[in-house]
Design a protein around this ligand. Structure first.
Ligand code: NAP
Length: 280
């Protein structure tokens, strides 16, 4: 099974390395060509060229328009029965459009967004939520297994992305809670490393505190998950909730906070940069 990857950003790079280690990676395309240098597989200068050669294509780019641009490009050259797996976080509507576009070429599509951060991509411990044909998922499960600790088939096309939107709402709430709590702790002059360590071991412990608590205290917000990308995800979640008439005050507040941080020039920082607002 020849697997090609499109998108070697913070997430795609880790996934590509896992695929390469398992012997699956057969080609790569990244808009910024330099990021392909480390991979000992053909480097394609266009997504169309990659698509013509592959049996499975993994996509990991930024936003809805970027996914649709890539799908349109690969649909022009893709072979019948190719399986396209989109791991980007986009709307369910985008997944539906992508699946329809590829179906015209007799190619299959899975929306397969992931959670677990850049660490999860690097270590192969992502949690993947999949929409689309369950039998197609079984065909590519060995490929996806190289980068995941958990793969769950949710339902029809778009249901993976709908689940990811739920995940992103939770991440917003966790970010708000952790940054607010740590700002109060710091204002109390508590020993922050001890505070983080003991809380991480109890009922309030969580991934975000484990992975971003200490760096946040050091004023380090180097890219893990770009705040501007979470803002994009929360706009999707907000629209999804509005369609079914559910209020999302936490999500709304986080969108406003992120907007301010983006205006202040922090959009490329990790989402833990929300801490900046809590201590300002
Ligand atoms: P990133 O570091 O900003 O990388 C984005 C990638 O997409 C780069 O390879 C970029 O190419 C490519 N790209 C963007 N627009 C493109 C276009 N129009 N045409 C071709 N390539 C394009 O982002 P990331 O953190 O890897 O995130 C990728 C996706 O995964 C996003 O949907 C994000 O929401 C989701 N996600 C991220 C995390 C996380 O913790 N970072 C976790 C789960 C899911 P260049 O190299 O040329 O810029």
């Amino acid at each position: 099974m020849k697997v090609g990857i499109i998108g070697l950003g913070a997430m795609g790079l880790g996934m590509a390395r896992r695929l390469a280690q398992a012997g699956f990676l057969a080609g790569a395309y990244n808009r910024t060509a330099a990021k392909m240098a480390e991979f000992n597989v053909p480097h394609y200068n266009q997504p169309e060229a990659l698509a013509a050669d592959m049996d499975v294509i993994l996509v990991c780019v930024s936003a809805d328009n970027d996914v649709l641009e890539m799908i349109e490009a690969i649909a022009s050259t893709i072979k019948p029965n190719t399986i396209v797996i989109d791991t980007s976080t986009v709307s369910s509507e985008t997944a539906t459009i992508a699946a329809a576009c590829l179906a015209k070429k007799h190619a299959a599509f899975l929306d397969a967004p992931v959670s677990g951060g850049v660490e999860g991509a690097k270590n192969g411990t992502l949690s993947m939520m999949v929409g689309g044909d369950a039998a197609v998922l079984e065909t590519v499960r060995p490929v996806l297994h190289t980068m995941t600790a958990r793969i769950t088939h949710i339902g029809d096309t778009g249901s993976g992305q709908a689940t990811k939107a739920i995940n992103q709402i939770m991440c917003a709430g966790i970010n708000q809670a952790v940054t607010e709590a740590l700002a109060v702790a710091q204002a109390q002059n508590l020993p922050m490393n001890k505070v983080i360590d003991v809380i991480a071991g109890g009922a309030a412990g969580n991934w975000f505190l484990d992975h971003r608590g200490v760096t946040m205290m050091q004023g380090e917000f180097a890219t893990g998950f770009k705040l501007a990308l979470h803002h994009k995800d929360l706009k999707i979640a907000q629209a999804m909730a509005a369609q079914v008439g559910v209020a999302t005050p936490l999500t709304d507040m986080t969108i406003t906070d992120y907007q301010q941080l983006m205006t202040d020039g922090y959009g490329d920082e990790d989402i833990s940069a929300l801490y900046r607002l809590k201590v300002s």
